[in-house]
Ligand binder design. Structure first.
Ligand code: PEP
Ligand code: NA
Ligand code: MN
Length: 611
C-alpha cells in the first residue's frame, strides 16, 4: 500500500439546502478523503475548465478545431475498456430477487467490503458532485440522481450524457425531491507528490446496485457503462426495479420515429443486445423513397401508459455513447454528422496525424498512418486494430441532424411496435410478427445473440439475452417476464404495441450476409408499419407471421431472390435444433418461469414438429 497523504480536515462545502443531499456528500467526503469538492453546475465555462484540466493531465488530447471543434481523444487503461459483467452485482436484500441471472451478495457484506475500498480512495483527487435528471426536468415525476465521482472524465462525459447541473440541483431543493445516490471512485488514491497516470483505475472492480435502497456504488473502473452511473446502472438496473413496483417499463431499446409517404407517423422501440446496431437503426437513412426516419433515442426507453391507454416512451438520456467501429459515412452518415459537429469525447479510437480521429469502418480507405488506441504507431499493415472494438463516441443527441424534436418531450412518444433482434447466423428469419403480446413476450424472453466486444469475455458465442436486458436486469428474471405479461393483461390489447422479431445478420453457407442491412432495413420497417396500417400481407408459420410473397418491398434492391428467400426462411430443421436450446434456457428458471411462457414453448414445439 502506498503512503497516502494525510488530511487533517475533510473539505466541507455547504452547497445545497437539501439536507439529505448535503449529509450524503459530507459522509462520502469523510469516508473517501478527497483533496477538494466541486459541484457541477453545467456552464460552458465549467466544461472548458474541466476539459483544459484533463488535457493538461494528459487524459484528453484536444482534437483539430477545424475537424472536430471542442472535442477530445482519450485512451483508457488497456484493462479498462468495457462493462465488467462478472463484477456487476444486484445486492437485493433477498438473494432470490437478483436471481438467477445476476451476481448477488448480501447488502451488508457488500457494503462492508466496499466501505473499506472507499476509505481514503479519493485522496489527492477532486470529488465532483453531479446533480442530474434522467428524462426531462419538466417530467411529471422528474427522475433525479446525484453522482459523486473522483473522475473529471466521468464528470465531462455525464455533462454530455445527461441533463446535469445547477438547474437540476435547484429543482431537487425546491421540491425536496428524493434522488438516486450514485457513488463512483476510480479507486486510485494519490499520495502527496505522486505523479498521476492518465487513466487512473483499479484492478479491483465492483459495479453494485442496491435495488431496495435505489442506490448505486461503483468502484475501480472509469469506463462508460461502469462509471457513467445515470446510464446502465440507474436507467436500466435501478429503474427496472422501480418500474416493476410502479407498473411501467425500463427497457434497453432505441426509439425511432417513422413517417410514411402519406405523412402518417409511427414510433417504434427496438431491443438489440449491445453492439448489434441499435445506434445504426436509431439513425437509419431509409433507402426507400418517401419514407422519413428520425431518432428519439438509441439505447434506453422508459415506457409508461398514457391517459389514452397507449404506451409512451421517453429516452432518459441527452447523449449518445455509441460503439465507434463500424460507424461510417456509408453505414451511418447521421452519426458521423453528429460527431462532426464537435463537443464530443472519443475513447479508445485512433488518432490521425492531423489531430482528427479514425476507427475501423469509418472510411473505406485506411489512413496511411495513425496513433492507435494503445498509443502505438499504426499503418494499414499492422496486425492489430487501430481502434479498440468497443471504442466509443460520446456526443450530444441535440447535434444529430435527424433527432426528432420529440426527444425533448417530457411525456415521450406513443409506441406502435416493439422489435426484438439479435445477431444470429442461422435460424431467425429477417422479420416475423408475433401473434399477440404474450407470444411477443416469449419472443423477447428467448432472444439470443452472438456475443460482441461490448462486454469483456469471449466474442461470437450464442447466448440468450432476454429483451436484450440480460446484463441490465435489476431484479429476478422470472419476475421480469411476469411483469411483461402483467403489462399485457392490464392494457387494452388493441392499444399495445405489436411485437416483431428481426435478424439482419443471417448468413449463407459460405459465411456471407444474406441481407444488406443498414439503410435497406427500412424495407423491413416499411412492412412493419404497413402491417400496423393493415396494408401488408403476411403468412402464418410455426413461429409467427412472415411477409407474404411479394409483401416485402424489394424494388431496386440488389439482392438475389435466392438470398432473399434464405434470409426470410423459417426452416423447421433449424428450429428443431433451437427448441432444446430454448428449453435449456427456460429450465434454468425452474418452476418460477411463468406458465404462459412454457405454454408458448409447447405450442411452438408442436407446430415445428407438425411442420
Ligand atoms: C456502455 O457500456 O456504456 C454501454 C453504452 O453499453 P452497451 O453499448 O454495451 O449497451
Ligand atoms: Na448535459
Ligand atoms: Mn446499450
Amino acid at each position: 500500500m502506498k503512503g497516502l497523504a494525510k488530511l487533517t480536515t475533510t473539505p466541507k462545502t455547504e452547497q445545497t439546502t437539501h439536507a439529505g443531499l448535503q449529509a450524503w456528500v459530507d459522509e462520502v467526503a469523510e469516508l473517501t478523503q478527497p483533496r477538494d469538492i466541486r459541484w457541477i453546475t453545467g456552464t460552458p465555462e465549467e466544461w472548458t475548465e474541466l476539459t483544459d484540466q484533463l488535457v493538461e493531465a494528459g487524459t484528453l488530447v484536444r482534437l483539430n478545431e477545424e475537424k472536430k471543434p471542442n472535442s477530445f481523444w482519450c485512451a483508457s487503461d488497456p484493462s479498462d475498456v468495457a462493462r465488467v459483467e462478472d463484477r456487476t452485482f444486484i445486492c437485493s436484500v433477498e438473494e432470490r430477487d437478483a436471481g438467477p441471472t445476476n451476481n448477488w451478495m448480501a447488502p451488508d457484506e457488500m457494503k462492508a467490503i466496499m466501505t473499506d475500498l472507499y476509505r481514503g480512495s479519493m485522496q489527492g483527487r477532486t470529488m465532483y458532485v453531479i446533480p442530474f435528471v434522467m428524462g426531462h426536468l419538466d417530467a411529471k415525476v422528474p427522475m433525479f440522481g446525484v453522482e459523486i465521482t473522483d473522475s473529471a472524465y466521468v464528470a465531462v462525459s455525464m455533462l454530455v450524457m445527461a441533463r446535469c447541473g445547477e438547474k437540476v440541483l435547484r429543482k431537487i431543493e425546491e421540491t425536496n425531491a428524493s434522488f438516486v445516490p450514485a457513488l463512483h471512485s476510480v479507486g486510485a488514491p494519490l499520495a502527496e507528490g505522486e505523479q498521476d497516470v492518465t487513466w487512473p483505475c483499479s484492478d479491483t472492480k465492483y459495479i453494485v446496485h442496491f435495488p431496495e435502497e435505489r442506490t448505486i456504488w461503483s468502484y475501480g473502473s472509469g469506463y462508460g457503462g461502469n462509471a457513467l452511473l445515470g446510464k446502465k446502472c440507474y436507467s436500466l438496473r435501478i429503474a427496472s426495479a422501480m418500474a416493476r413496483d410502479e407498473g411501467w417499463m425500463a427497457e434497453h431499446m432505441l426509439i425511432l420515429k417513422l413517417t410514411n409517404p402519406q405523412g402518417k407517423v409511427h414510433y417504434i422501440a427496438a431491443a438489440f443486445p449491445s453492439a448489434c446496431g441499435k445506434t445504426n437503426l436509431a439513425m437509419i437513412d431509409p433507402t426507400i423513397p418517401g419514407w422519413k426516419a428520425e431518432m428519439v433515442g438509441d439505447d434506453i426507453a422508459w415506457m409508461r401508459f398514457g391517459e389514452d391507454g397507449r404506451l409512451y416512451a421517453v429516452n432518459p438520456e441527452a447523449g449518445l455513447f455509441g460503439v465507434a467501429p463500424g460507424t461510417g459515412e456509408s453505414t451511418n452518415p447521421n452519426a458521423m454528422a453528429t460527431v462532426n459537429q464537435g463537443n464530443s469525447v472519443f475513447t479508445n479510437v485512433a488518432l490521425t496525424d492531423d489531430g482528427d480521429i479514425w476507427w475501423e469502418g469509418m472510411t473505406d480507405e485506411k489512413p496511411a498512418h495513425l496513433t492507435s488506441w494503445l498509443g502505438e504507431d499504426w499503418t494499414p499493415e499492422s496486425d492489430k486494430p487501430a481502434a479498440h472494438p468497443n471504442s466509443r463516441f460520446c456526443t450530444p443527441i441535440a447535434q444529430c441532424p435527424i433527432a426528432a424534436p420529440e426527444y425533448d418531450n417530457p411525456d415521450g412518444v406513443p409506441i406502435s411496435a416493439i422489435l426484438f433482434g439479435g445477431r444470429r447466423k442461422t435460424t431467425i428469419p429477417l422479420v416475423y410478427e408475433s401473434r399477440d403480446w404474450t407470444h411477443g413476450t416469449f419472443v423477447g424472453a428467448t432472444l439470443s445473440s452472438e456475443t460482441t466486444a461490448a462486454a469483456t469475455g469471449a466474442v461470437g458465442v450464442v447466448r440468450r439475452d432476454p429483451m436484450a436486458m440480460l446484463p441490465f436486469l435489476g431484479y429476478n428474471a422470472t419476475d421480469y417476464f411476469g411483469h411483461w405479461l402483467q403489462i399485457g393483461k392490464q392494457a387494452d390489447a388493441s392499444k399495445l404495441p405489436r411485437i416483431f422479431g428481426v435478424n439482419w445478420f443471417r448468413r449463407d453457407e459460405d459465411g456471407s450476409f444474406l441481407w444488406p442491412g443498414y439503410g435497406e432495413n427500412s424495407r423491413v420497417l416499411k412492412w412493419i408499419v404497413d402491417r400496423l396500417e393493415g396494408d401488408a400481407e403476411a403468412v402464418e408459420t410455426p413461429i409467427g407471421l412472415v411477409p407474404a410473397p411479394g409483401a416485402l418491398d424489394i424494388d431496386g434492391l440488389d439482392v438475389t431472390e435466392e438470398h432473399l428467400a434464405k434470409a426470410g426462411a423459417v426452416r423447421p430443421e433449424e428450429w428443431a435444433e433451437e427448441l432444446p436450446l430454448i428449453e435449456e434456457w427456460f429450465t434454468k428458471f425452474g418452476d418460477e418461469l411463468p406458465a404462459e411462457l412454457w405454454a408458448e414453448f409447447d405450442g411452438l414445439k408442436a407446430r415445428i414438429n407438425a411442420a
